[in-house]
Write a protein that binds this ligand. Structure first.
Ligand code: FES
Length: 281
């Protein structure tokens, strides 16, 4: 069961600004019923300012909450102000979303982007600034046919949320979440993106497991053994590394500090900054 923030539950149970708008100046759409989630965002303008916003969504509670908070975030703001809103801002305003539900915040950003595209026009400088990942030559190419997700959508999710694995891209965009045939292409997009940023390719899960093992055996364990302790690797689940402290470390009252300040910080530095270490057994 996912952990939802109080704010998500509040916006899900009491969604703000639900409904249609007959005299809307802009309508932004994202998702599709065929893919299981869709959002229609209606905007009423007063000059360059958003006077009112409403939404209709078909989707889960997180989609309702994301759409609801988005309308609150944009009402009263200028178009210039709202064009900077990212999916991460939407999720942050909700006090966070479970990773598997981040695609709902992405849908909110996409509906807003669609409305702004209609206002500014696709060839305008303003739109090019909004279109965070429109830099890719083939940005509109559909990568995931099951969910109709384009390269542009995947690139934007990677860029805004600093995604490094195919699983993360699936959580944020749904791409790769059905037949899985597009996973190779998604990996290629991730690799290319991070190479352009001058960063090494992110480790695959297998490489990560090997690297964690190596650091535990060659660097962490010898240090603990000096004080009569040791560490045993129990399991690796994504970025969660489950270990068991042994020897004097097992009964030590500073065990949790050792795990956080020593074991976790070395693994973060040497393998991946997202790693979290937890004690089991
Ligand atoms: S083509 Fe992407 S999951 Fe099927």
């Amino acid at each position: 069961m996912w952990d939802y923030s109080e704010k998500v539950l509040d916006h899900y149970r009491n969604p703000r600004n639900v409904g249609t708008m007959d005299d809307a100046d802009l309508i932004g759409e994202a998702g599709s019923l065929a893919c299981g989630d869709s959002l229609k965002l209606f905007i009423k303008l007063d000059g360059n300012k958003i006077k009112d916003a409403k939404f209709l969504t078909f989707g889960c509670g997180s989609a309702v909450a994301s759409s609801s908070i988005l309308t609150e975030m944009i009402i009263g703001k200028t178009l210039d102000e709202v064009k900077k809103i990212t999916n991460k801002d939407i999720a942050d305003q909700l006090g966070g979303l479970p990773q598997q539900k981040m695609h709902c915040s992405v849908m909110g950003r996409e509906a807003l982007e669609d409305a702004l595209k209609k206002f500014y026009g696709e060839d305008s400088d303003e739109w090019k600034e909004i279109d965070l990942s429109g830099k890719a030559e083939s940005a509109d190419k559909v990568i995931c046919n099951c969910f109709n997700v384009t390269e542009k959508q995947i690139l934007e999710a990677i860029e805004v949320n600093k995604l490094k694995t195919v699983e993360e891209v699936t959580d944020y965009t749904k791409a790769g979440g059905a037949c899985g045939q597009c996973k190779g292409l998604i990996q290629h997009i991730i690799d290319e993106y991070w190479e352009k940023q001058g960063e090494a390719k992110p480790l695959t899960q297998t490489q990560k497991v090997l690297q964690i093992n190596k650091v535990l055996v060659q660097q962490i364990s010898p240090q603990l053994q000096k004080d009569g302790g040791d560490i045993e690797l129990i399991d690796i689940d994504g970025d969660k590394v489950k270990v068991k402290l042994t020897g004097v470390c097992s009964g030590c009252k500073n065990a949790s500090m050792t795990l956080k300040n020593f074991v976790e910080s070395i693994l973060k530095e040497k393998v991946d900054s997202n790693i979290e270490v937890e004690q089991v057994g």
